[in-house]
Structures are given as structure tokens and as C-alpha cells.
Design a protein around this ligand. Sequence first.
Ligand SMILES: NC(=O)c1ccc[n+]([C@@H]2O[C@H](COP(=O)([O-])OP(=O)(O)OC[C@H]3O[C@@H](n4cnc5c(N)ncnc54)[C@H](O)[C@@H]3O)[C@@H](O)[C@H]2O)c1
Length: 335
Amino acid sequence: MRIGLAGTGRIGAFHAATLAGLDPVDSIVVYDLLPGVARATADAVGGSVAPSIEALLAADLDGFVITTGTHTHGELIRAGLAAGIPTFCEKPVAGDVTSSIELAEVAADTDVPVHIGFQRRFDAGYQRLREAVQGGELGWIHTVRAATHDQSPPPAAYIPTSGGLFRDCSVHDFDILRFVTGREVVSVYGVGANKGEPFFTEGGDVDTAAAVLTLDDGTLASVTATRYNGAGHDVRMEVHGSAGAMAVGLDDSYALTSAEPGVQFPPGPRHWSFMERFLPAYQRELAAFVDVAAGRIPSPCTVSDGLQAARVAEACTLSRERGRPVELSEIPGPP
Ligand SMILES: NC(=O)c1ccc[n+]([C@@H]2O[C@H](COP(=O)([O-])OP(=O)(O)OC[C@H]3O[C@@H](n4cnc5c(N)ncnc54)[C@H](O)[C@@H]3O)[C@@H](O)[C@H]2O)c1
């Protein structure tokens, strides 16, 4: 199969390497606005460089992978669909909810599949948690705690185009919360703070945020995110129910030490980045996209799924900005 990839930055170069290692993929063509960056990735994976996005889409592709900045996702998903090429796009679907709604409508009007990149859906821990929750092993669920704590911030230039901490980072928690519980969020209260670099405030963002969510069955969830977690990259989800409790991320590399005397857990080393923490999940995710592109399976994470996560992120952002709770019904989109 021949896969085209647009955007060879942090995650694009990483995905190109993963794709190159998949058996069905025998050829990779890349394009980036920065030709030198595209060339470096092409050389690293034995691929070629397209001189423009038009040339990339005309390169007889079996699948199109979008790993450009968030603000370009909408336009490139549309281009992939217009060319009739099965398309994978990194989260989030688009920079704002209005564009995400428009894209969901465009995607619903075509048979060409779109797969949105929420890799946690392919993580063995989250899959086991989902099975336990939806199979009733934990009884009825009362509380969920989710965290996405990056060890260190991305480059300053990334922040103004990221959409903000809830849309960029917590959106993973919002998606996996739906995936694990099978429930929808109905209301949120979000707050944020910046004790780190001033470029967050200058870009209209925060470096740390928290939200309390109520799900449609009355379950309460808390979600926290930060760009400054010196202890390591910490992605976790705890689900507590009437009959049991289970956690994702409570492994030997857990980025937390115990204050209790004599407790040595965890032995370490700590996770340090999303790429290392979720390597097997990214590999399974892109292998699944190859299956989507070959017509073997439907998209495991549709534009509509991406839209629902985007609506929760939008509600949390609005809540933080206005200083009040926000009902999901206030955010445009399907109920
Ligand atoms: N799933 C995950 O865990 C995960 C992790 C990191 C990033 N992401 C997402 O991936 C996307 C990219 O993030 P990143 O950290 O790699 O950003 P980045 O800034 O490192 O890379 C983006 C690249 O896209 C290129 N680019 C921008 N516009 C383009 C266009 N129109 N055509 C071609 N190339 C273009 C830039 O030159 C740059 O090389 C973001 O939307 C981000 O939310 C997802």
C-alpha cells in the first residue's frame, strides 16, 4: 500500500516511522510546508517527498495521514475526502466546534472513511477498563478520575495554534471517557491557571487546568491536565464503582511516589513522553488505519466521535473563560 502523510513535525515524523514498519505499507510519500523537514522524514523512512499538497493527493495513494497543526485539519480532511482517499487525521478534528460540525456533515455524506487519531482507544489498559466498566465488573460507577500530565511543555510556537489546553490535551480524556463508560457528558465546570512560562498567558492559554464533568447517568468525573509534571509523563484513569475500582496507568513507571514509610512502588523508570508511553497504542492505531484504508474494518473513531470530544473541550474552555458551569446543550452539535 502507498500512504501519503502531510505534516512531518513531532508526531508526523513518528507516525511515518511507525507506518514504514507495517507489513502492508510498501511506500510512503510525505509533504510539509517546510521542505527540509519533509526531506529529513522521507530519508529516515525510505520514502519520497511530494512538492505540494496537490501532488501528494495525486500520488495514487491508498491512504492519507494528516499530522499537520490543528488549524489545518479541517481543510486537509476535506481535501482527502474530495480526492476519495481513506483519511486518518490526528486529534482534534478541527480547531473549533463549528468546523467540526461541518466536517461531520461532509463525512456523513461520503463512503470514504475518516479515522480520527485518539490512540488511547488502542491502549491495552483502556480496553481492559472499558470491558470491566461496560461488562458490569465494577458495579454501578460513581466516580472517574482522569489525568493527562505532560512532563514538559511543547515549543512556545505550538501554543497559539493548539486550541488551548482543554482542546489540545484534555480532549484525549474526554474521548476516552466516552469510550470507557459508553456515556455522554451533560455538564462541565472548568478552571485553569498559569504558574509557568508567560507564553501560555500571551497565547490566551493556561498551563494547568481542571474540570468537573457530570455524565448522563449521573457519574461524576474529574479531569486534570498540566504541561509541567516534573515527576514524569502521567496519563491515568481511575474508575470507582459500587463493586470495585480499576485504574489505567498504575504501572511500574507511574509518575508518583508514595509518602508512606517503606513503600517502594513504583520501581520506575518514569514515563517521559506520550510517544514512549503510548508506542504500542500508536502502532495498533496505525495498523487499524491500514485496515480501514483497505476496506477491512470501519473507522474505529469517526468524525462524529471527534466532534463529541470537541464539544466537551469547548464547554470546558467556555466555562473557564466565563467562570460558570456550562451545559453541553449550550454547545452546538448533536444532543
Ligand atoms: N495523538 C497524540 O498523542 C498527539 C500528539 C502530538 C500531537 N498531536 C496532534 O498532531 C498535530 C501536529 O502536532 P505536532 O506536535 O506534530 O506539531 P508540529 O508543529 O511539530 O508539526 C506540524 C508540522 O506540520 C507542518 N504543516 C503545517 N501546516 C501544513 C500544511 N498545510 N501542509 C503541510 N504541512 C504543514 C509544519 O510545518 C510542521 O512541520 C496537532 O494537531 C496535535 O494536536 C497528537
